[in-house]
Design a protein around this ligand. Structure first.
Ligand code: NAP
Length: 261
């Protein structure tokens, strides 16, 4: 999608993949960035947390909140500033769908990297309450602490089992676990909880329709997969690197073509 956007603006730029082993991360930041004359880059799993230590420029509030960086810009003075566009990418997708978490009961499954971005984005919209569940209760506790630190007025609570999410009383349900990527994965929540009026967002975009989304659709829920979040985190990164407006439709088309390939 980035190369399609560069082509749209006839820019002499290329988005390439760099596979970097954890022990080579320092070298990448300290040598490769300059050697390859990079203007900016994305950082992905498993480097999103570790890369923060190598930022030499401005660190955005979203990086501080999520304790993870996904977008680095090489500034004019050569410093490396860091941002995290995942949460805002998610928020933009919600906005496009005319969905807001304001004054809503929200349930989030997962407390890993993606969930952190989503939880802080949702908390920023001032929900009535935010319930979090993950099989790893340490991660739940840590995410609850982050939300409380940055959004002290939000009623956030971690729960010990999926039933305690009270999905029947929720307005928004988000899956931020990898459950649903594999054909053999179980349905993540009891189907009885899915009800009309519930908006279900699955961060997974491949497959385009997970078991959760299929069951939610059958129950009359409004649904979305994570493709929009992926698109908008990319659009925001493009804008930071180039100071140009992201050609959203061009990038969406490139992404859809790649997904179908
Ligand atoms: P992650 O950091 O590994 O977090 C996933 C969390 O889910 C882990 O804490 C995991 O616990 C937990 N989990 C696993 N099975 C569970 C279950 N049955 N019930 C409750 N919690 C469970 O992964 P991530 O990077 O956040 O990614 C999660 C998913 O979101 C992936 O499918 C990824 O592709 C997607 N994603 C999409 C976007 C987008 O732009 N659309 C962005 C980010 C992520 P354990 O570690 O103990 O297994």
């Amino acid at each position: 999608m980035h190369n399609a956007a560069f082509a749209h603006y006839k820019m002499e730029a290329d988005y390439q993949l760099f596979e970097v082993a954890p022990e080579a991360l320092g070298d990448f930041f300290e040598k490769t960035v300059a050697q390859k004359k990079l203007g900016g880059f994305n950082v992905t799993v498993p480097h999103k947390e570790g890369a923060i230590a190598y930022l030499t420029g401005k660190i955005s509030e979203s990086v501080k909140m999520n304790r993870a960086v996904n977008t680095v810009c090489v500034e004019r003075d050569g410093s490396l500033s860091g941002d995290n566009t995942d949460g805002e990418g998610f928020s933009r997708d919600l906005k496009e769908r005319r969905v807001t978490a304001a004054l809503k009961n929200v349930s989030l499954i997962g407390a890993g990297g993606g969930a952190k971005a989503v939880a802080t984005a949702l908390a920023g919209q001032k929900p009535k309450r935010l319930y979090l569940f993950d099989i790893d209760q340490k991660k739940v506790a840590s995410l609850v602490a982050i939300v409380r630190e940055f959004f002290p007025n939000v009623a956030v609570q971690g729960v010990g089992q999926i039933e305690d999410l009270k999905i029947k009383e929720s307005d928004i349900l988000v899956n931020a676990t990898p459950i649903g990527m594999k054909e053999a994965d179980p349905l993540l929540v009891p189907k009885e909880g899915l009800h009309q009026g519930l908006f279900v967002y699955d961060l997974i975009y491949n497959p385009a329709e997970t078991k959760l989304l299929k069951a939610a659709k059958e129950s009359g829920c409004q649904c979305a997969n994570g493709l929009g979040m992926l698109l908008y985190q990319g659009c925001l990164a493009f804008e930071k690197w180039t100071n140009k407006k992201a050609p959203v439709d061009v990038m969406r088309k490139a992404l859809m073509e790649r997904m179908r390939a």
